[in-house]
Design a protein around this ligand. Structure first.
Ligand code: SAH
Length: 346
């Protein structure tokens, strides 16, 4: 019977060192392999030319090297690039490169499909689900960094976990990927340039605060009224706003990092004065800012972007309460690369 080989990139450097020691070899061999895997991007054990033939064969017998493959790349008229990323088991996730004049942002996926059920999100409709491994998350970032250098002549500057999936439902792997992205052995990016966006899992927000993470937190709020939020994000029934609020206060007290609320205004759903007033109250619990994001229709017509008067009202009321608000336009709509549109159509 064939033994299922382990993905060698799931091992930490220490684990690799230990593996070689257990084989009666030098721990240092682990560092060499680690360097091949992460710094030199080796795709086969054959490539690891400073190891003996026997060692390479031994690794080959025990492990596989899983790498993502960028299958389809689409470029939008506004410069946005969407990657369809094929995983070793042939599942596909998507990631997006978003260029502006001064920045290149990578929008990466954390899961295949999503375990949550936001009514307005295309990813939520995908059935199949598994968590991405740390290397699968890291590889998406590396691929976009390469594309940024190739098309825009500059390295990647920012990362948002706003692709497919709920990052806090795959917390350990997301954390490991971020460790690699920020470490000098990886991409040496500042954690301040990384935003983890969550639909709001209170227990995990508290855990992040306890872990003293240095990246930024964004919460997809969309309504500060339980009844409304539950109707569009049903898991809010399990994690109601009071619990979310308590976790966010805890986050702020521990990290002193302000929170960004992502918020879409939909016609007839959350476009009234009472909705804004509830948001203002919610914002008072911890220093925060609000990103009003444009809705990207995903088909059925239940959700419609609110009229510009409603957006103006939100902006005016928030500002008069000294809450920073930005109105964000969507990018990459012509290639279905905008927020909430990632769903593997091909
Ligand atoms: N699960 C995480 C990250 C992925 S979604 C989260 O919920 O934050 C990234 C952002 O896109 C979230 O703010 C989400 O609410 C928003 N979004 C989802 N579908 C959308 C759509 N159709 N139009 C605009 N934004 C959408």
């Amino acid at each position: 019977m064939e033994i299922k080989k382990k993905d060698i990139r799931a091992l930490t450097k220490d684990q690799l060192r230990e593996f070689f020691q257990n084989q009666g070899d030098k721990a240092f061999r682990g560092n060499q392999v680690y360097e091949w895997l992460w710094n030199k991007g080796a795709h086969t054990f054959e490539d690891m030319t400073n190891l003996s033939k026997d060692t390479r064969q031994m690794l080959q017998d025990n492990f596989v090297i899983n790498h993502i493959k960028v299958d389809v790349m689409q470029r939008s008229s506004d410069g946005t690039v969407k990657n369809a990323v094929r995983l070793h088991d042939d599942l596909i996730v998507e990631s997006v490169l978003i260029p502006t004049k001064t920045r290149t942002t990578a929008c990466v996926s954390s899961q295949v499909g999503c375990s949550l059920d936001c009514k307005f999100c295309a990813t939520a409709r995908l059935k199949r689900m598994r968590n991405l491994n740390p290397d699968e998350i890291y590889d998406q970032v590396v691929a976009i960094d390469r594309e940024s250098r190739l098309y825009f002549d500059r390295p990647l500057s920012n990362i948002v976990f706003m692709g497919m999936g709920e990052p806090l439902m795959n917390y350990n792997n997301v954390l490991k990927a971020i460790d690699k992205i920020t470490s000098p052995e990886g991409l040496a990016m500042s954690p301040k340039r990384i935003v983890v966006s969550t639909s709001g899992v209170p227990k995990m927000i508290k855990k992040m605060a306890d872990d003293d993470v240095k990246f930024k937190l964004a919460v997809s709020l969309h309504s500060a009224i339980d009844e409304v939020r539950t109707s569009i994000m049903p898991f809010n029934a399990t994690f109601p706003l009071a619990t979310l609020r308590e976790a966010l206060v805890y986050w702020y007290e521990k990290t002193k990092n302000r929170i960004t609320y992502e918020y879409v205004v939909w016609e007839g759903i959350n476009d009234k004065r009472k909705d804004v007033d509830a948001l203002v109250e919610f914002c008072k619990f911890a220093p925060s800012k609000v990103n009003l994001i444009e809705y990207n229709p995903i088909d059925d017509g239940i959700f419609q972007q609110a009229k510009s008067e409603a957006i103006d009202m939100y902006q005016k009321v928030l500002e008069s309460n000294n809450i920073t608000v930005t109105v964000r336009r969507s990018r990459g709509k012509d290639i279905d690369a905008a927020c909430g549109q990632l769903a593997n159509k091909e």
